[in-house]
Write a protein that binds this ligand. Structure first.
Ligand code: EPU
Length: 439
């Protein structure tokens, strides 16, 4: 295990290229197994979750090459519908997409339940409801979901919650069903459109992705395809907020500014200058931010995944800010760690009240999940003195080349083996043993 040492109070300046979107990549990679043959995926982020996914597919019998410089080849000709190692499946939340993809292709899937997480309850009842509506029998057997069907038949499915995971998973199963599936109350995130584009490139007939009704006209079979993943709006939002928190001037390249509208609007409201054009966005933050209110919502609302970083920025605002979490039951695990750095935050149910302070002070802190880690890294970059962020493994599951990218815009950041891993090696009682991943 590693930790990051950050010497903060140093404005970030320069240009940064944003990578492919994590939450698109972890859906497009399993979508590739819907067809025999060799698919090519481009602009994949070099993150832990993609690596874990490719390892799972290899264990299922796919031939996987890469990713090399963002390009991955997956030949799923010899893939089998069972045998995904439980340990790996539990490491990433998005392993639930194996269910939809395997069920679609083989009419049979056996995959461990995705791991729990520390951001509130995250059931997959809507995914399973969708598979059942398509005609599958779904049971839970010793911690694994077993889904099987003689035939998948297109039908009308209404999602009780506009779930990103359920929308994509049902699409994956329905593309090879007989007849048309109409999926209502769908999530509208741009990565749903991205997955649908890839499926259509494979020969599927998916219409309406990005709206709340998606029609999936089933086809007999799919073929391999080539597809480039869209840019990661949460990686971009994180660096934009880091630029604002350090009062820097950073241009993010390879973004879709439209996907960042809600984040840009809130940054502007906080007094940050945001310029955008074509595929770039520039953040200029000469002053302390103003206090604002933020509510997280499904797209096109403010993204819950950018909330922990935004909270760090608002700890430095002049005045009192309020953040309300509208997607998860609770996503405030990072607050206790931020408090070590001199913040003044009060959590009340699904809201946090943040009294801004003039400056943060470096401290040893621990990342317990991906976005919590991002919020602590930003706090360290803005704080006076030295911050040591443990649990970097979490952060690397979703941010590629984190130190390299931050250093390229002037951050003073280094990595070292954590004291906790030393303690583990010695059989000591390590307070910092972390619970890996699963966003
Ligand atoms: N929900 C249900 N039943 C379901 C599915 C979801 O009750 O069957 C609830 C969840 O408990 C949650 C809400 O619906 O309260 C939204 O969940 P959703 O299904 O939309 O989220 P997800 O598919 O589990 C993905 C991302 C998350 C991101 C959310 C929302 C992946 C692998 N994960 O999760 O990403 O927060 O959508 O945009 O795509 C992250 O990247 O840090 C992360 C947590």
């Amino acid at each position: 295990m590693a930790e990051l040492l950050i010497r903060g109070d140093n404005p970030l300046n320069g240009d940064l290229v944003i990578g492919g979107r994590k939450n698109s990549a972890v859906a497009v990679v399993p979508a590739a197994i819907l067809a025999a043959g060799n698919s090519t995926l481009e602009n994949l982020p070099a993150i832990g979750d993609v690596k874990t996914y490719t390892e799972i597919l290899a264990r299922l019998g796919a031939k996987v090459e890469g990713p090399h410089e963002g390009t991955l080849h997956i030949d799923a000709t010899r893939l089998r519908p069972e045998g995904a190692p439980m340990g790996m499946v539990k490491r990433i939340r998005a392993s639930y997409y194996l269910l939809g993809a395997l069920l679609g292709r083989f009419r049979y899937a056996r995959v461990g339940l995705p791991g729990g997480c520390d951001i509130g309850q995250r059931p997959i009842d809507q995914h399973l409801k969708g598979f059942r509506a398509l005609g599958a029998e779904v049971t839970i057997d010793h911690g694994e979901v077993v889904a099987q069907a003689d035939a998948l038949i297109g039908t009308h499915i209404y999602l009780d919650i506009a779930s990103v995971g359920a929308t994509i998973n049902i699409m994956l199963a329905a593309v090879l069903a007989k007849g048309t599936t109409v999926l209502e109350n769908c999530a509208k995130e741009p990565h749903i459109v991205d997955v649908a584009s890839f499926l259509n490139a494979m020969g599927a007939r998916v219409v309406g992705a990005g709206t709340d009704t998606i029609k999936i006209h089933g086809v007999e079979e799919l073929g391999p395809a080539t597809h480039a993943i869209i840019p990661d709006e949460i990686e971009a939002a994180t660096y934009a907020i880091a630029a604002a928190a350090t009062r820097g001037d950073v241009t993010l390249v390879n973004v879709v500014p439209k996907h960042l509208d809600s984040v840009s609007a809130k940054l502007r409201e906080a007094g940050i200058i945001v310029e955008e054009n074509g595929d770039w966005i520039r953040i200029i933050a000469p002053d302390r931010p103003n206090a604002i209110a933020v509510k997280t919502l499904p797209y096109p609302g403010f993204p819950t995944d950018a909330m922990p970083p935004m909270m760090t920025l608002l700890t430095l605002a002049s005045g009192t800010s309020v953040i309300s979490e509208g997607v998860y039951e609770s996503r405030f695990k990072h607050v206790d760690e931020l408090q070590r750095m001199g913040t003044n935050i009060r959590v009340e149910g699904r809201s946090a009240v943040i009294e801004g302070v003039e400056c943060l002070h470096g401290a040893p802190v621990q990342a317990t999940n991906l976005r919590a880690g991002a919020s602590l890294v930003i706090a360290g970059l803005a704080a006076q003195g030295e911050t040591c962020v443990g649990g970097v493994e979490h952060v690397e599951r979703g941010y590629e080349h984190l130190e390299r990218k931050l250093r390229s815009i002037g951050a003073r950041i280094d990595r070292r083996a954590s004291e906790a891993s030393d303690a583990n090696a010695e059989g000591g009682d390590a307070r910092r043993v972390v619970n890996l991943g699963r966003d």
